[in-house]
Design a protein around this ligand. Structure first.
Ligand SMILES: [Zn+2]
Length: 71
């Protein structure tokens, strides 16, 4: 067969992207897509990005979000 590069042999593949086990916003336990339940909602609503960073217009978005929650 074709020559292959020397393999370090046996280890698990290193290219699996692992989701964080901690919510990046509150450092709580991550349940869904790397967020805790609450901040997964935030993520879905665009209040935080994948890294848990808030957008410039966070305040506005947060108010809209709270309004929606109350409705
Ligand atoms: Zn959280």
């Amino acid at each position: 067969m074709a020559k292959e590069k020397k393999n370090s042999g046996g280890g698990a593949p290193n290219n699996v992207i692992e989701l964080p086990k901690q919510c990046p916003v509150c450092k709580g336990k991550a349940h869904r897509a790397g967020f805790c339940d609450e901040h997964f909602m935030w993520f879905k609503e665009g209040l935080v990005n994948r890294k848990g960073e808030k957008p410039k217009d966070f305040d506005k978005k947060y108010q809209n979000f709270m309004r929606k929650q109350a409705a």
